[in-house]
Structures are given as structure tokens and as C-alpha cells.
Design a protein around this ligand. Sequence first.
Ligand code: SAM
Ligand code: SF4
Ligand code: SF4
Length: 338
Amino acid sequence: MQKSIIKDKLNRPLRDLRISVIDRCNFRCQYCMPADEFGPDFEFLPKSALLSYEEIERLAKIFVGLGVEKIRLTGGEPLLRKDMPVLVEKLSKIEGLSDIGLTTNGVLLPKLAAALKKAGLKRVNVSLDSLNDELFGKINGRGVGVQPVLDGIKAAQAAGLGVKVNMVVKKGLNDSEIIPMAEFCKKEGLQLRYIEFMDVGSTNGWKMDDVITKKQIYEMLKEKFELEPVDPDYFGEVAKRYRYKGTDTQVGFITSVSESFCSSCTRARLSANGQLFTCLFNGNGHDIRNFMRNDATDEELASRITGIWNGRSDRYSDERTAETITNRKKIEMSYIGG
Ligand code: SAM
Ligand code: SF4
Ligand code: SF4
């Protein structure tokens, strides 16, 4: 496929696309969809508002033509969307797309991992914030224990999927799990990625004081393990990675708060209802769905997406201050997809 490279105002190309396929979730993680905000009366998107698989496939092809090389499927919980392997299969046939990944809480992987792999999925990131059942149940807001997630990880490995583990770290909540999670993942040969607690959306009560930084976690790990830095694999790689000396197992950090990486951010996000977001922290979505449903041609869609990307100047994490945290119109993580 002939690719054009489009750049934004800060000269950043468009390389990655995150697609949220659903805004619903079977968990109520307190840092993402707190149960008291996302209660039984919460109005999720109706099915007709969600992009269909055909629409996602069409848009993905257009994005790939504009330079996207990697797609990550996310949500809400993406595996709650019916027939996910069907979507993965459609996407895996797109010429010029080098990677398809999926971020999940893992609970439905035992049922779906083999079919996802067969459909062309390469990798999954499984979120797990604690190995302690009681604490994990409290964090996920649904009392779900650790075993269903571990079963999901095992099923993904057995199916031949690459697996990374994502752990959001929040001070006073699960910092006690930093070392146990490292020990567990090292033993299992799993790459663990510590994610700094972020101020996404406006429901999770974020405070700078709640953040445990990469530096703090690294210092804790250094007490226990010998670590050596690993070079980034490509421009714009988000995780800063280290290797446990003498092993092939790596550990990574997503330093969204303490060491921002906006200057190399090549990522666009498509919400479940087809709004295009140019930054995780920019609440102004651009409506692509209705434009498409109003008979736009592929050329018109490509031109609209190009215009949006060309106008992008977001660098929220570089600019984060106490005021911007409270004043900005932001969008919930479950909607835009992390
Ligand atoms: N439900 C799936 C899952 O949990 O993996 C996919 C969607 S979730 C929004 C994507 C990722 O965002 C997860 O790894 C989750 O832990 C992370 N996340 C959610 N809220 C966050 C926050 N406030 N700060 C940092 N990471 C967050
Ligand atoms: Fe659901 Fe993932 Fe958000 Fe947890 S982090 S509530 S599993 S979308
Ligand atoms: Fe990219 Fe926005 Fe995050 Fe900066 S704050 S890295 S521009 S998503």
C-alpha cells in the first residue's frame, strides 16, 4: 500500500492508532471507572453509536495509508465486545500494518486467546495491579481475585501470544505490591510495566501526591535486583526498559507524569463511537463516525484525518501544572481507551 507520511505541528508523524472498541467494562478499577461514578444507572453508549467492525476496518485502512504501522485494541474491556477475533482477523489482513496488540484485564482470555491468536493477534498487555486477592478485589471494584487474571495470562502464553503485564501504581494503594509483582513476573519471564498513576478523566480524584514515580520504583527495585538499561526499539517507544542482569526478562516504566514523552508521541486515539482524539488529555474529539456515515469517500476521510493531525500541537504531559489538572476538559480513560 502506498503510504503518505503526515506530520503534526511539532513535526511528529502519525504512527500508532489506539482503537477503543467498547466503553463498557466488567471491572470498576478505582483509578479508571470508580464504581460510585460508573454505577448501575450510568449510561453507556448504545450499540448503534459504536463503530461497527466494518467501519473500524475501513478507518484502519485509511489510517495505515496515512502512516500508521501499529494498532492497539482497547476499551473499556475490549474482550466484552462480541466476536473480537472477527475484528482482529479483518485488521490483520491490512497490508502495511506491522503490529496488532490488545490491552485487556485478562479475565476473558481463557475463552478467547486461541481464537485471537488464530485471527492474527500478536500480543496482549494484561493489566494486573496486585497479587493479593483482597487488595486486587478492592482495586478492581468488583471483588475479582487474582486467579482469573493469572489464568488469562497462562491462556495467552499457551496460545502463543506475547504477554506484557501492566501495573498502575498508586501511592498508599498498591505500592506494597511493587516488589512482589517484580518477583512474580521475573520468575515467570513476563515483562512487567509499571504505569504512573495519571490524571486522565475527571472521576478518579487524581492528585500529584498519589503518584509514585519511575525513579522511586527504580530505587526500590535496585535494592533487590541488578538492572541494566535496554535501548529503545524504535522512535516514540513509550516504555523505558531495563533487563534483569543475566536474564532475558525485562521490566519497563510508563513515565507519563514524571518524565513526559510528548516530543515523540506519534499516537492517535479513536473512541468507541468514532471520535478522533489527538492526545489522551485533550477532551476535544473530532467526529469521524458521522462524517463517515454521511457518505464520505475514503479520500474525504483521509483528508479530514490529515487536517486534524496537521493541526495537532498537544503536549499535555510536558505542560502539566496544578492549574491545568483542574481546568482542562478531559475525557475518561474507559471511553478513549488508555
Ligand atoms: N480494560 C483494559 C485493561 O484494563 O487493560 C483496557 C483498557 S484500560 C483503560 C487500559 C490501561 O489503562 C490499563 O492498563 C489500565 O491499567 C490503564 N489505566 C487506566 N486508568 C489509569 C490511570 N488513571 N492512570 C494510569 N493508567 C491507567
Ligand atoms: Fe476496566 Fe481496564 Fe478501566 Fe479497569 S482499567 S476499569 S479493567 S477499562
Ligand atoms: Fe501524547 Fe498527549 Fe500523552 Fe503527550 S500527553 S505523550 S501528546 S498523549
